[in-house]
Design a protein around this ligand. Structure first.
Ligand SMILES: C[S@@+](CC[C@H](N)C(=O)[O-])C[C@H]1O[C@@H](n2cnc3c(N)ncnc32)[C@H](O)[C@@H]1O
Length: 250
């Protein structure tokens, strides 16, 4: 039997770590220059303050804000607890594990290529986080490309993806990932994608349906210029059941 005792606290790493490092370094350099220059001090001080504030907002989002946002998204999704959930580009498991916590009788599968787009990104880190959260027995982690998913059609109730699809370099590849997500969803299943807002609008256009919602300052990567939106799509084709009475008559 799998031991599900929580150990320690999960740590989900830093998204795109060079970005806050560069922002922070530029902010410190501007602030130092503002104190040592005779001219342009105000502009340098303002630039330093904006860059340092952006670094703080970025770190808050990656360490805390995105976890809170996904807790709210998954609470609203109101799982029954027995769903099969697939997380595309799961990284170290922030969304995968949040979903698994809501699946006492279900299963959460994560797929990733383990790029350097998150610090310490590797399957072992995700599995260690699942053990720390006490959900290792509900989680499966697969190495794979979300543009060619190794799953049959109609095999998941919910597909999630956080800050991952936009990393696929070509528009064609991103569209393929969306088509794959719809393919593996069962009819009536739900797709939940959080990505930078301009990308999410294009995903909705490609899929021809869905509701969009801005996720607010808690999911800004440094400022409103990299705001994240949620796209929610329900896969068409669910079998409509006519209501029946207590005797099973339609
Ligand atoms: C910024 S991280 C986000 C990880 C996680 N979803 C989160 O929100 O913490 C983006 C992830 O997408 C993964 N990724 C990028 N392109 C991918 C692809 N084609 N197939 C699978 N995973 C991919 C990266 O390896 C990385 O783990």
């Amino acid at each position: 039997m799998t031991d599900t005792t929580p150990r320690g606290r999960p740590f989900y790493g830093i998204d795109a770590p060079p970005i806050p490092a560069l922002l922070g370094a530029a902010g410190i350099a501007s602030a130092v220059a503002a104190t040592s220059r005779r001219t342009g001090r105000t502009a340098l001080a303002v630039a330093g303050a904006v860059l340092l504030a952006g670094t703080g907002i970025y770190l808050h989002t990656t360490l805390r804000g995105k976890l809170r946002a996904w807790d709210a998204i998954l609470d609203r999704a109101a799982f029954n607890g027995d769903e099969q959930v697939l997380d595309l580009g799961c990284g170290r498991g922030a969304v995968l594990i949040a979903a698994a916590r809501r699946l006492p009788q279900g299963r959460a599968v994560g797929v990733d290529l383990w790029s350097a787009d998150q610090s310490g990104n590797r399957a072992e880190a995700t599995l260690a986080n699942a053990a720390a959260a006490g959900v290792a027995d509900r989680i499966e982690v697969r190495s794979g490309d979300m543009t060619a998913l190794p799953f049959p059609d109609n095999s998941f109730d919910v597909v999630t993806s956080a800050m991952a699809i936009h990393n696929i370099p070509s528009a064609q590849g991103r569209r393929r990932a969306l088509d794959e997500a719809i393919r593996v969803l069962r009819p009536g299943g739900r797709l939940l994608i959080a990505d930078p807002s301009p990308f999410v609008r294009r995903y909705a256009t490609h899929l021809g349906q869905g509701t969009l919602r801005a996720l607010g300052p808690g999911y800004w990567y440094s400022g409103p210029w990299v705001a994240v939106s949620l796209l929610q799509v329900v896969k068409q084709g669910a079998i409509e059941h006519e209501p029946v009475d207590a005797q099973g008559r339609r």
